[in-house]
Ligand binder design. Sequence first.
Ligand code: AMP
Ligand code: MG
Length: 501
Amino acid sequence: MKTEFYSEINSEVLDHCGKIIRDGGLVCFPTETVYGLGADAFNPEAVNSVYEAKGRPHDNPLIVHISELSEAESVTAMTEVERERFGKMAEAFWPGPLTMIVTKKDTVPEEVSCGLKTVGVRLPSHTVARDFIKAAGTPIAAPSANSSGRPSPTLASHVMEDLEGKVDAIIDGGSCQVGLESTVIDLTGEVPCILRPGGITLEMAKKVLPDCTQLEWKEEEISAEEKIAPKSPGLKYKHYAPKAKTVILQGEPPKVAERIHWALENAEKRGVKAAAMVSSELKECFTVENVVALGSRNDGEAQAAALFKVLRDFDAQGIEEVYAEAMPEDGVGFAVMNRMYRAAGCKMLPVRYVEFVCTGNTCRSFMAEYILRSMLEKRMADGDIEAVAIKVSSSGVFADAGCAGSQMAEEVLHIEYDIDGRGHRARAFTYDIGEKADVILCMTEGHKLAILRCFPEFESKVFTLGEYGNGQDVQDPFAGSYMTYSRCADQIRSLIENGIF
Ligand code: AMP
Ligand code: MG
């Protein structure tokens, strides 16, 4: 199929595209959220071809777009409660980036609702979208105009990338203002519930419907019930997946910046193409080109408008690994993090600074630092890039700062672990070191007590490595034989494997 492309929009073009819809064809059109892939909502065959064009699973319903409020009547059969909620929300947020789920009319085909008794309806604010729907003379069922599994399109060129040859026409309306898909709110339940966060936030919805709630989307917060029977079928799919492996790093900004620096350097050593997306504040810490700013840390709107384009640009550049800074989850930032979370395979990693502590920082904590770092590097090399979240260093409670590691420890590291520890220099444990650490792992109970005597405020984060790894204290190999050191290193390795991974 040849796809017509219209970058100049006038009434002739819209009438022509409206006719394509009436004839059962597919037209991609701009909205304020993302581009939509539209078909006549009352034509089951046309609606079916939307699923085919996108490669969308047949159990993920489509949103019906209308050009004016009264048109909602043609697709809905609302209960009293739904009608009241619907009226209030429409008054407050329509036209705009809000989809409302209510009971559907029987005439809305199964193909739109995927067998549900409900339908999602939206009145977009984008004038081209509304004029186009009006020209079609029928409500338009439209999901986002991307191939299923790819980030939603915020530019007509994104639509071309995914759907050229699979749709009849594309209307180019420039870049989408919101940049994320609409907020989806279910009005059919006991209380109204936001199923998908978006430009209309929970706080905004609560001003109109005070008992409104929001579905959890972080793995650890999703209820068992919701996992078995999701309220919004589409939410079980991992949308927005870029081609690159993506990790989100959460923590104090300087620590996140340090980890991203390390990750990009590490990727370069491995010959892997990596990039980062961060707030404009964090971007200041970088001079390299492959770190892209999404917007100011507290400007969720700007981040939303940029996110999908940045992900698509990374794909186009052949980026294989993406390191992202977690943004604050207030306002629209909540929706931004929801999409980023899905792009990252539903995981967010807190950055963890691990500090190993022994007496002189020349044997045990020195070996522990180098062994853990080498494990982390090996994981990165094997493609398990979540290892990036851990930073490791070491120090001693009575260290002679600047001393090299003991010769025997160096030898064991070299011979048994293929690690070059010659660059190590001892550090004395200080308040600043402890303050920066997220977890302080001591070789013995004695070291732990020594730290807590001076710095009781670290109580909650000081452990012995034995406690952490479910084993014994690590005794001092000092002045022992090669065998003594080798056993000590082996004990450390096994405690790290039990306790940290
Ligand atoms: P998309 O059109 O790609 O933005 O996806 C539409 C989203 O709205 C998906 O997450 C659907 O699961 C959700 N949705 C559409 N209609 C309904 C409905 N009747 N009930 C629940 N969720 C719906
Ligand atoms: Mg979509």
